[in-house]
Design a protein around this ligand. Structure first.
Ligand SMILES: *Cc1c(COP(=O)(O)O)cnc(C)c1O
Length: 371
């Protein structure tokens, strides 16, 4: 057998991914359980018919119209006015994040995050040769700013990644904390030519649309903080995980840096057209979000009444426990056709909010298993 020169960091590594088993109740990757509504499908099909003959040409590499539509959506959703040059779009927020690492990470650079959090962050760091540093969240998964500040000064990271609402815990960051963090990060980046730089603060708002009414978005802080990036996606609230469309908002200078590292024509004309068609129906696509939030709150309450500890959730999933043997509970649920996720600190399990009947099946199964 040939001996291949795989990078040291990748030896023994497995491809990322939760199981995609065709079980009846899939509550393991925080997808929206509702299919794309018919009317939206029709608009997408029409848009594809229009652009398909032009597929002999490369796509608009700047995705200008899509970025304008995304800015208009954010205005509606968070009352923040943004220009298209403050928006960047890519194949999922995963690719947006990779662009951030390609622009600001790399050899000799550090990225910092607060764990437990989204496990992909660590992989972007690994794949771009960026050193990875973490601070532990507190017992209720909130941030200890003293600890964070210490880590910022110790590591001088070029990137700080904070998911809000966080995955897998569901915890959102209060804006007062984000403001304090932005202040801390103004000069904690690596020194370049003897000068301090800022740490780029990335607030990953993949689940923002599910936040509770009194929880504002970090988008409101963009105007005063040129080192802030807020990342969003159409994978969760929009019911479009299969489309692969993520985006971020930030200072035009940051967006230009991301543009520098993207592959040419990274976002296909098909993706751009489908995303624009979907955004034209954002109200309809997001109609289920209110129900999902309500059912999230109901599920949290029910789990607490059953005696579980449940992390505060502003997302479309809940992290609950403790289980003496969580792997065993996971397997028993799977045997009943319900797929959830073994993730987070030892003893906890995560379940996405599903349809009404899926939630009912989860509750019934948990009651049987833990009785
Ligand atoms: C699901 C999720 C995303 C979304 O990734 P996409 O590439 O947009 O599908 C991003 N961040 C977090 C924390 C997530 O849980």
């Amino acid at each position: 057998m040939v001996n291949l020169p795989l990078r040291e960091e990748l030896r023994g590594a497995e491809p990322y991914g939760a199981p995609q088993d065709p079980v009846p109740v899939r509550l393991n990757v925080n997808e929206n359980p509702y299919p794309v509504p018919d009317q939206v499908v029709q608009t997408m099909v029409k848009a594809l018919e229009e652009i398909a003959p032009g597929l002999n040409r490369y796509a608009d590499r700047d995705a200008s119209e899509l970025r304008a539509d995304l800015a208009a959506y954010l205005k509606k959703e968070s009352s923040v006015t943004l220009e298209p040059d403050q928006i960047w779009a890519a194949n999922g927020s995963n690719e947006v994040m990779l662009h951030l690492f390609q622009a600001y990470g790399g050899a000799g650079r550090v990225a910092l995050s607060a764990i437990p959090t989204y496990s992909m962050y660590h992989e972007y760091a690994r794949d771009t040769g960026t050193a990875w540093a973490t601070v532990e969240r507190t017992d209720d998964f909130t941030l200890d700013l003293g600890k964070l500040e210490q880590a910022l000064h110790q590591h001088r990271p070029s990137l700080l990644l904070l998911a809000s609402p966080n995955n897998p815990t569901g915890t959102a960051l209060p804006l007062t904390q984000v403001r304090q963090i932005l202040r801390m990060c103004a000069t904690t980046g690596p020194q370049i030519d003897g000068a301090d730089t800022a740490t780029v603060v990335v607030i990953d708002e993949a689940y923002a649309e599910f936040r509770r009414p009194n929880v504002p978005s970090a988008l409101t802080l963009l105007a005063d903080h040129p080192h802030l990036v807020v990342s969003r996606t159409m994978s969760k609230a929009f019911s479009l995980a299969g489309l692969r469309l993520g985006y971020c908002a930030g200072d035009p200078t940051i967006i230009r840096h991301l543009q520098t590292v993207r592959l040419p024509y990274h976002l296909s004309a098909v993706t751009q057209a489908c995303a624009r068609a979907a955004l034209a129906h954002s109200d309809q696509l997001l109609a289920a979000v209110d129900q999902l939030r309500q059912r999230r709150d109901d599920l949290v309450q029910w789990l607490r009444e059953e005696g579980f500890t449940v992390a505060e959730s502003d997302a479309n999933f809940v992290l609950f426990g403790p289980f003496a043997n969580r792997e065993d509970v996971f397997q028993q649920l799977l045997a009943k056709g319900i797929l959830i996720r073994v993730v987070g600190p030892e003893g906890w399990l995560r379940a996405s909010v599903g349809t009404e009947s899926e939630d009912a099946r989860l509750r019934a199964a948990l009651k049987e298993i833990t009785r």
